[in-house]
Design a protein around this ligand. Structure first.
Ligand code: SF4
Length: 65
């Protein structure tokens, strides 16, 4: 199952990812992205791909495992 890799150093808290896939991404109180899932369910894949593309900071990546 694919997993989402995050570069918190790049994340600027724009929350585009949260808007695109609110059941997968959240924002911490520190304004950084939080991943709510351990792996990407195939049913969520399109939403996750959209969320990654929507991140203006390039902080998200999909890693195939
Ligand atoms: S869209 Fe990118 S910069 Fe914004 S919260 Fe999500 S990971 Fe961080």
């Amino acid at each position: 199952m694919a997993v989402i890799a995050v570069d918190l150093g790049k994340c600027q808290g724009y929350a585009n990812c949260v808007v695109a896939a609110p059941h997968v991404f959240d924002l911490s109180e520190a304004g950084k992205v939080e991943i709510l899932v351990d792996g990407v369910d195939p049913a969520d894949r399109e939403a996750v791909t959209d969320a990654i593309a929507a991140c203006p900071a390039g902080a998200l990546r999909l890693e195939e495992s």
